[in-house]
Design a protein around this ligand. Structure first.
Ligand SMILES: [Zn+2]
Ligand SMILES: [Zn+2]
Length: 254
């Protein structure tokens, strides 16, 4: 398995892209603005999208991706997400007002997009690649994903605040190698982190204390402009884990 980081910031500005990971050349995990850097040929190779949750920084390019590849594909783009996420996108995005309902166009029996529900505890296997939703806690329903090649696992937290079951799930992964985890806010922003269901460095350190195995720790989803300050706080709270600031374009093979 090969993960390419297309976007890993908590907001936009020049050269910053929101969350999107490409798994091999045919799967996206989230469809934030990072997806917009794919060439048309690369977009046409994407068969499947897994969404962590419904927030715009993770789904913004899904409707436009469907729009550009739909007429050029013979099969629908398959989108996996929680039932709650699917319901939100159906009501607010693919509703003929914000965007055409490509789950029913160009015809209901041959749409550009089909949704499949996922659930924590139910692994999706695609050509030997095992993708498993893990529990998280955020402002809206969400999941993390474990990407398991058989040799090793890469876990992407999606958006979450501290959530004990997430860390228990990590401890149960025998071949865990990478943990890509969000740290959106600085420590002083306790109210913001609580209200919006995000991590602060102290909450990340609290979780890492429960982790019973070494990981390569990749930090994502920091607020634009606060990256260095956030990394300094993470270093102070959890320096033993050698936290790395994730960068767009990085590739992980496992
Ligand atoms: Zn979110
Ligand atoms: Zn987000």
């Amino acid at each position: 398995m090969r993960v390419t980081i297309l976007g890993c910031t908590g907001g936009v500005a020049a050269n910053l892209r929101t969350t999107c990971l490409m798994l091999d050349s045919d799967i996206l995990i989230d469809a934030g603005t990072g997806a917009g850097d794919l060439t048309l040929d690369e977009m046409l190779r994407i068969d499947t999208v897994f969404l962590t949750h419904s927030h715009l920084d993770h789904v913004a390019l899904l409707p436009m991706l469907a729009d550009v590849v739909g007429p050029r594909r013979n099969t629908p783009l398959t989108v996996y997400a929680l039932p709650e996420t699917i319901a939100i996108l159906a009501q607010h995005m693919f509703n003929f007002r914000l965007w055409p309902d490509y789950t029913a166009l160009p015809s209901p029996d041959k749409p550009y997009v089909i949704f499949h529900p996922v659930a924590v505890g139910q692994t999706v296997e695609l050509a030997g690649r095992r993708i498993s939703p893990l529990p998280v806690r955020h402002a809206v329903p969400g999941v993390a994903y474990q990407l398991d090649s058989g040799k090793a696992s890469f876990v992407f937290s999606g958006d979450t605040t501290y959530h004990a079951p997430f860390w228990e799930a990590l401890n149960a992964i025998g071949n865990l190698r990478y943990l890509m985890i969000e740290t959106t806010f600085l420590n002083h922003n306790t109210a913001g982190a609580e209200a919006s269901g995000h991590m602060r460095p102290e909450l990340l350190a609290q979780g890492l204390k429960h982790l019973n195995k070494p990981v390569r720790l990749l930090i994502t989803h920091m607020e634009p402009g606060n990256e260095d300050a956030t990394m300094a706080e993470i270093q102070a709270a959890a320096g033993a884990f050698k936290p790395e600031k994730l960068k767009r374009g990085q590739v992980f093979e496992f």
